[in-house]
Design a protein around this ligand. Structure first.
Ligand code: PGA
Length: 282
């Protein structure tokens, strides 16, 4: 199971990070289901040196670039991975302002979100640039989390058909240049854009609809590679995930995890999502 928190540009200062980590650790300490990762609890909460461990889900926090090393310093001891929200496809050179995969790797980043709809909508990201970024990230040994999903909620069979065609094209292009041996490291996040907070209805999709699309995405991967690889790859859901609705997604057999945006910026809420994931046996 994979739980990804995308802070977007919600958290904007280093002071916010210290506060976040403090509250997150406390929330984790109180939770029943944090059990491989040590979460140090404050002596005021449970007695000095008491530690809890977090098992089960792989957790990734994706802060804005300037906060990567600060978050890594706090997250690594908890066994939480650090991810970036974007990347450039070239390895180095005269590209003012760009962040390359090698830079991310040197900052202990292990995952990179690629092709988020907010980058597609606001910064001209295309399926082609996504494809180049996926390869660049894999070449550096990192894991891309590729976001795909339709813009509008489909109304009727014609729109549904177009939605599947659209997502098929996104997945195929993202994988076009990927070497078969690297495929298993690719994560897909199905994020119907209309379900993302601030992007449309702001209402999550249903687990059943999300699962149907995720099964479809796995079928596309299988036709690109083979069924075994498709089965081994992780495909997760994102779009208005909260601690209230995550169980439905996480307990669905077809869904390998969730990507939470705004909910992940609230430490107690994010800790709750993780503990719900940790409690689910699949
Ligand atoms: P949200 O964002 O959880 O705030 O809807 C998800 C995303 O955009 O990745």
């Amino acid at each position: 199971m994979l739980i990804v928190g995308n802070w977007k540009a919600y958290i904007t200062s280093t002071a916010d990070i210290a506060g976040y980590v403090n509250l997150f650790s406390r929330a984790a300490a109180y939770s029943k289901n944090f059990g491989a990762v040590e979460v140090r609890t404050s002596s005021r909460i449970r007695g000095a040196d008491e530690k809890k461990k977090m098992t089960g889900a792989d957790v990734v926090l994706c802060p804005p670039f300037p906060f990567l090393s600060g978050v890594a310093a706090h997250a690594k001891p908890l066994g939480i991975h650090v991810g970036a929200q974007d990347v450039f496809w070239e390895s180095k050179g005269p590209y003012t302002g760009e962040i390359t995969p090698a830079m991310l790797k040197s900052m202990e980043v292990s995952y990179v979100i690629i092709g988020h709809s907010e980058r597609r909508r606001n910064f001209g990201e295309t399926d082609e640039s996504v494809s180049k970024k996926v390869c660049a990230v894999l070449a550096e040994g990192l894991a891309p989390i590729v976001c795909v999903g339709e813009w509008e909620k489909p109304r009727g069979p014609e729109m549904e058909r177009k939605m599947y065609d659209f997502v098929r094209a996104q997945v195929r292009t993202a994988l076009r240049l990927v070497d078969a041996k690297n495929l298993k490291r690719v994560v897909f996040a199905y994020e119907p854009v209309w379900a993302i907070t601030g992007s449309g209805t702001g209402e999550a999709d249903t687990p059943e609809n999300a699962a149907r699309m995720i099964v479809f995405i796995r079928r596309i991967i299988a036709s690109h590679a083979d069924a075994k690889t498709a089965h081994a790859m992780r495909v997760i859901y994102g779009g208005s995930v909260t601690s209230q609705n995550c169980e439905g997604f996480l307990s669905h057999q077809a869904i390998d995890g969730v990507l939470a945006g705004s909910a992940s910026t609230h430490p107690k809420e994010f800790a709750k999502i993780i503990s719900i994931a940790n409690a689910i046996k699949k």
